[in-house]
Write a protein that binds this ligand. Structure first.
Ligand code: HEC
Length: 125
C-alpha cells in the first residue's frame, strides 16, 4: 500500500516535470514561428507597426490598443485573446474575423500553431 502511494507520487512529479519542459520547448519553437508576425507586430508596449503592439495581448479584448486604427471589423469583433481564440485567428485571420485588415494568410501547420500559441502565452502577457 505505502509503496503504491510513493510510486504514485514519483510518477506524478515526473509527469509534471515532463509537461512543463515540453511547454517550454513549444514556446522556444514558437518564438521562431513568431518571426512571421514580427514584420508587423512588436511585443513592446506602445510600439505600433503595421499592426498593433501585442504587449499585454493575453486576456485583452480585441481592438483595444489605444491609438491604433483598427478596422471596423476588429473594433466590433468582441473577442478576448486567449489560447483558443489566438489559435483560431492565427490559423485563419480572415475566416475568424471577417473583414479584418491583417494581411496574413495564416499558420497552416498544426505543430507551428501550437508552438506559436505557447510562445504568445508567455511572451505577450
Ligand atoms: C502584414 C502585417 C501583419 C502580419 C504579418 C501579422 N499581423 Fe497581426 N495584425 C495586423 C494588422 C494590420 C492588425 C489589425 C487588424 C484590424 O484592425 O483589422 C493585426 C491584428 C492582430 C491581432 C489583434 C490585436 C488586437 O489588439 O486585437 C492579433 C492577436 C494579431 N494580429 C496576431 C498576429 C500574429 C500571431 C501574427 C503572426 C502569426 C500576425 N498577427 C501577423 C498586421 C499583421
Amino acid at each position: 500500500m505505502k509503496k503504491n502511494v510513493l510510486f504514485g507520487l514519483v510518477a506524478g512529479v515526473a509527469l509534471m516535470a515532463g509537461v512543463s519542459s515540453a511547454s517550454a520547448q513549444n514556446a522556444a519553437e514558437g518564438e521562431k514561428v513568431f518571426r512571421q508576425c514580427k514584420a508587423c507586430h512588436s511585443l513592446e508596449a506602445g510600439k505600433k507597426g503595421v499592426g498593433p503592439s501585442l504587449n499585454g495581448l493575453v486576456g485583452r479584448k480585441s481592438g483595444s490598443v489605444e491609438g491604433f486604427a483598427y478596422s471596423p471589423a476588429m473594433q466590433n469583433a468582441n473577442i478576448t485573446w486567449d489560447a483558443e481564440n489566438l489559435a483560431k485567428y492565427a490559423a485563419d485571420p480572415k475566416g475568424f474575423v471577417a473583414g479584418n485588415k491583417m494581411a496574413f494568410a495564416g499558420i497552416k501547420k498544426e505543430e507551428d500553431l501550437k508552438n506559436l500559441v505557447a510562445y504568445l502565452l508567455e511572451a505577450a502577457k
